[in-house]
Design a protein around this ligand. Structure first.
Ligand code: UD1
Ligand code: UDP
Length: 364
């Protein structure tokens, strides 16, 4: 019997863990999963909503660490998670993605000689100014099982000298959730609630520090929104970091002046998928949404200078443009002319990544 601690902390972790938890639960004689929530995200709309929508069991352990500087948050998670490991003596610790909870728990486990499983390993933006890039590099270097979503992940790990026997190309657990909840998200009433017409609105998310902590870049993005025709609603579920910064930089008036903007609190998973599936296109700086739009065949303009998920631009619907208006505006023209590139669904994004992961872990 293997006891595995599955770690979640922030919004993009919940949809990645859900299929793994479900798959592990099929083998009660072999695996005992325990769900640990660090509490990095704690607002109802950044956490609780996802447990409901994704049918996740309540966490076995909740650390409640909350927000803080990178060092303070990472350290607090480490101190608390070390106690959890010492008490529960897991055989393995499984982390997903690239948030502070991911790196903090990997560090604790590795120093206690507990094997680390990293799901979504090997992604690299090659931009060390992104806090997530540091988290990815450190987590990968400490991991014993590295599960990758796309071929670049494997190439990056091999370049970093990771032993090939540790690397498993299994597909994408985020897509497992998207496929699993496809029908359920179709039942979401959000389009009616917001009085939206299918394919006649733009969906926006923004939360990268490089965009929303930097007033100059933030203003450039607002300028791009001003170029969207007035009769096309812009649906913007706003991340708490972004909301705070609109106030901090005094951008409220500029935002309010956008008559077609529908500014919302963050929405739950099923509502968000319904919004994504039916929009004209997405503008985002999210990591996961680049993947979801590629799977759904929805055009995605990524407001970042780089991506750690290059497959979404190579074969998918994604265009990486940063905040350069000279690049964004021609793409908007293209979209309103009804044009976009042809796209494919990346290899192994078939809803079965968690099955492949648990298969490897059962043999471990
Ligand atoms: C974090 C992740 C980022 C991920 C994003 C997903 C790190 C370094 N960053 O960024 O990779 O893409 O989550 O959404 O791990 N806040 C609230 N309520 C909450 C959570 C946060 O109000 O429930 C506010 C706090 O003011 C906090 C700020 O948002 O200081 C930022 O939260 P934090 O978790 O530090 O980083 P994110 O920007 O959310
Ligand atoms: N998401 C959501 N509601 C929102 C915004 C995003 O359910 O209001 C989902 C989105 O579909 C994806 C995940 O949250 O599954 C991505 O998380 P986020 O953009 O916060 O983080 P990142 O992927 O950039 O790390």
């Amino acid at each position: 019997m293997k006891r595995i601690l599955n770690v979640v902390g922030a919004r993009p972790n919940f949809m990645k863990i859900a299929p793994i938890q479900r798959e592990m639960a099929k083998y009660p004689d072999e695996i005992t999963p325990m769900l640990v929530h660090t509490g990095q995200h704690y607002d109802e709309r950044m956490s609780k909503f996802f447990f409901e929508d994704l049918q996740l069991p309540q966490p076995d352990i909740y650390l409640g660490v909350g927000s803080g500087s990178h060092a303070a948050q990472t350290a607090k998670i480490m101190v608390d998670f070390e106690k959890v490991c010492l008490e529960h003596k897991p055989d393995m610790v499984l982390v997903v993605g690239d948030v502070n909870s991911t790196v903090a728990c990997s560090l604790v486990a590795a120093k206690l000689w507990i094997p680390v499983i990293h799901v979504e390993a090997g992604l690299r933006s090659n931009d060390r100014k992104m806090p997530e890039e540091i988290n990815r590099i450190v987590t990968d270097s400490l991991s014993d099982y590295l599960f990758v979503t796309e071929k670049s992940g494997k190439e990056n790990l091999l370049r970093d000298g990771v032993d090939p026997s540790k690397i498993h190309f299994v597909g994408n657990v985020m897509i497992d959730s998207l496929a699993y909840f496809m029908e359920k998200s179709d039942q979401s009433p959000i389009l009616n609630h917001l009085e939206l017409e299918k394919e006649n609105y733009v969906l926006v998310t923004l939360h990268r520090p490089s965009n929303v902590d930097d007033p100059e870049n933030f203003i450039k993005i607002i300028t791009a929104f001003e170029k969207i025709p007035n009769n096309v609603p812009i649906v913007f579920p706003i991340h708490p970091r972004t909301k705070k910064n609109i106030e901090k930089f005094g951008l409220e008036d500029r935002v309010k002046a956008l008559s077609n903007l529908k500014l919302l609190e963050p929405v739950g998973y099923l509502d968000f998928q319904q919004l994504t599936k039916n929009c004209k296109f997405v503008m985002t700086d999210s990591g996961g949404i680049q993947e979801e739009t590629t799977y759904l065949g929805i055009p995605c303009i990524t407001l970042r200078e780089n991506t750690e998920r290059p497959i979404t631009a190579e074969v998918g619907t994604n265009e990486i443009v940063g905040t350069d208006l000279d690049k964004i505006l021609p793409l908007l023209d293209k979209l309103f002319a009804g044009e976009w590139k042809e796209s494919l669904i990346p290899e192994l994004w078939d809803g079965k990544a968690a099955e492949r992961i648990v298969e490897v872990l059962r043999k471990a």
